[in-house]
Design a protein around this ligand. Structure first.
Ligand code: TXE
Length: 480
C-alpha cells in the first residue's frame, strides 16, 4: 500500500491526527493508496513554515527563484513517464493523455512563470514638475492554493507556479481524490533544492484542510479551482476576512457550429472538446448547437465518431475514454442521463455503465453519450454534468443561437465554428464568456487571461493576471 505524505517545512510528514483517507484507482475501483487525513493543526504547521521561509524567499533575486523553478520543471520532465502513470492511475484518464497533456503542461506552468518574472515591469506617473509616482507590486506573503481532481497536477501547478515566482510562499491542497502527483511534486521540490517552507502541500478533505486554509488568518489570498458550490462556500468565509480571491469554477460551455464551417476539422475538434478527459474538463463543450441546414449531417457523422471512441483500460494506447474519477461521480453522471430521458431527450448513443474485461472489471466506466430533442432551458442543459455527456440542438438564426448559448448561469468558454469572419467577431463580442475560441478549442497561450463570468468564477489566471493576483499593488508618490 502506498502511503502519501504531507510536504511541510521541506520534509515529508504523516498527518498529526494519525488519520488516513483511502485513495482509489478508478480503472479498477480498488483502493491503492492512503492519503493523510490532515486537519487544522497540519495547516497551522504549514503556515508557520511558510511564514518562516517568506523573508528570505521574497528577497531572493528573481533570477534565483527563476532558476529553482526551472529546475523543478526540468525534474518533472525527467520523470515524465512516472508522473504520467501516476496521474492516470489516480484519475482514470488514459495514460497517453497524461503523458501528452497533463504532465508536460505542469512543467510548462513552472517554466512559464519562472521566466515571466524576469521580464516584469510596472508603471510610473509624473505629476507635472510636482511629483513622481511609481507603482510597486510586492508579494502578498502566504498564498493558499486549492485544486480539483480533473487535471490534478496541471491545475495544481497553474496556481503554485505564479505564487512562488512572485515571491510568495504557498500552502497548497490537492484534491483528496487525486493526491498522487502532488506527492511526487514534493519529491521533485526537495530534489530541486527549494528552500524548506517555500512550498507546503497538505493533503486531506476539503471540509477539513481546504476550509482551514480558507479561514486561516495568516493566509491573505486564496486561489481555488473546483465546483461552483464550493467556490461559494469559500467566498462566504474569505470575503468578510477581506482576502484576495481567485475562483475558477464550473462551466456549461456552448459549441456553435454554423453551416459554413470547415466540416471535417470542425467534427474532429468538437469531438475532442466534448469528450476529452471523459468530459471532465471545465472547458469541455457540453452543449452543441448546429445550424439547421447542417444539423442532420453533423449529428449522424458526430454520433458515428462517438461510437468509435473506445472505452477501456487507461493503460491501453487505443483507449479513447478512460474511467470516471470516482464511483460517486459515475453515479452522478448516470443520474443526469436518466434525467435527460425524463426531460424528453433521445439518447442517440452511449450513456451506459461499461463493464471492461480483465483487470478493470470493477472500474467506473461510462460510454460517451449524445442526446438530442431537449430544450435549452431544461436541467440537463442548464446544470454542469462534468462527464461524457453532450446535447445536440439545432438553431435557425444567429439571435436564437446567441440566446441559447448565453442562456445558462455559467459563462466560462465557448467555441464558434464558421468561415464568416464578421460573424466570428460578432459572436466573440456578444458571447457572455471569459474565453471564446473561433475554429479551435483548448488552444492555449499561457500569457492570455483565463477565467469565467457569472457562476464560472471571479478573477483571471494566466500571464500577468496571475502575477498581479499574487502581489499587492502600492503607489509611491515622491515630491520633486
Ligand atoms: O470539486 P470540489 P470536486 C465541478 C464539477 C464537479 C464538481 C465537484 O461539476 O462535479 O465541481 O467536483 C476542495 N473549503 N468541477 O469534488 O468539491 C476539495 O477537497 C475549501 C469543476 O472536485 O469543489 C478539492 O481539493 N476547499 C472544476 C477542491 O476543493 C474545499 C474542476 C475541489 O473540490 C471545500 C473540478 C471547502 N468547503 C470540479 N470543499 C473546474 N472548474 O475545472 C471541497 N474543497
Amino acid at each position: 500500500m502506498l502511503y502519501i505524505q504531507n510536504y511541510i517545512d521541506g520534509g515529508l510528514a504523516d498527518p498529526l491526527s494519525g488519520g488516513w483517507i483511502d485513495v482509489h484507482e478508478p480503472a479498477t475501483g480498488r483502493v491503492y493508496a492512503q492519503a493523510p487525513a490532515s486537519a487544522a493543526a497540519d495547516v497551522d504547521a504549514a503556515v508557520r513554515a511558510a511564514q518562516n521561509a517568506f523573508p528570505a524567499w521574497r528577497s531572493m533575486e528573481a533570477e534565483g527563484r527563476s532558476r529553482l523553478l526551472r529546475r523543478v520543471a526540468d525534474l518533472i520532465e525527467e520523470r515524465l513517464e512516472e508522473f504520467a502513470q501516476a496521474e492516470s492511475r489516480d484519475s482514470g484518464k488514459p495514460v497517453w493523455l497524461a503523458r501528452s497533456v497533463d504532465i508536460p503542461r505542469a512543467s510548462r506552468n513552472f517554466r512559464f512563470f519562472a521566466t515571466a518574472i524576469l521580464h516584469v515591469s510596472s508603471e510610473a506617473h509624473q505629476t507635472d514638475d510636482i511629483a513622481l509616482n511609481y507603482t510597486l507590486r510586492q508579494p502578498i506573503g502566504v498564498a493558499g492554493c486549492i485544486s480539483p481532481w480533473n487535471l490534478p497536477l496541471y491545475l495544481f501547478t497553474w496556481k503554485i507556479a505564479p505564487a512562488l515566482a512572485a515571491g510568495n510562499c504557498v500552502v497548497a491542497k490537492p484534491s483528496e481524490i487525486t493526491p498522487f502527483t502532488a506527492f511526487l511534486l514534493s519529491e521533485v521540490c526537495m530534489e530541486a533544492g527549494l528552500p524548506p517552507g517555500v512550498l507546503n502541500i497538505v493533503h486531506g478533505l476539503g471540509g477539513d484542510v481546504g476550509a482551514a486554509i480558507t479561514a486561516h488568518p495568516d493566509i491573505p489570498a486564496i486561489s481555488f479551482t473546483g465546483g461552483t458550490a464550493t467556490g461559494a462556500a469559500i467566498a462566504r468565509t474569505a470575503a468578510p476576512m477581506f482576502k484576495k480571491l481567485s475562483l475558477e469554477l464550473g462551466g456549461k460551455n456552448p459549441t456553435l457550429v454554423f453551416a459554413d464551417c470547415a466540416f471535417e476539422e470542425t467534427l474532429d475538434t468538437v469531438l475532442r472538446s466534448a469528450f476529452s478527459n471523459q468530459g471532465e474538463i471545465c472547458l469541455c463543450g457540453s452543449r452543441i448547437f448546429v445550424e439547421r441546414p447542417l444539423y442532420a449531417r453533423f449529428r449522424d457523422a458526430f454520433v458515428s465518431r462517438v461510437r468509435d471512441l473506445a472505452v477501456g483500460d487507461p493503460l491501453e494506447d487505443a483507449t479513447g475514454q478512460g474511467a470516471l474519477v470516482s464511483e460517486a461521480h459515475m453515479e452522478k453522471v448516470l443520474s443526469y442521463i436518466a434525467l435527460a430521458r425524463e426531460e424528453g431527450g433521445t439518447v442517440l448513443c452511449g450513456g451506459e455503465r461499461v463493464a471492461v474485461e480483465g483487470r478493470c472489471a470493477g472500474g467506473w466506466f461510462v460510454s460517451p453519450a449524445v442526446i438530442e430533442g431537449l430544450p435549452f432551458t431544461c436541467r440537463t442543459n442548464q446544470e454542469e454534468i462534468f462527464g461524457p455527456v453532450v446535447t445536440l440542438m439545432p438553431f435557425d438564426t444567429e439571435e436564437e443561437a446567441l440566446t441559447m448559448a448565453n442562456g445558462t448561469p455559467y459563462g466560462l468558454a465557448a467555441s464558434v465554428w464558421t468561415s464568416d469572419l464578421r460573424r466570428a467577431h460578432r459572436f466573440a463580442g456578444a458571447l457572455q464568456m471569459g474565453i471564446v475560441w473561433v475554429n479551435c478549442w483548448m488552444l492555449r497561450d499561457l500569457r492570455t487571461p483565463f477565467g469565467g463570468v457569472k457562476q464560472s468564477g471571479v478573477g483571471r489566471e494566466g500571464g500577468w493576471e496571475a502575477l498581479r493576483f499574487f502581489t499587492e499593488t502600492k503607489n509611491v508618490c515622491i515630491k520633486l
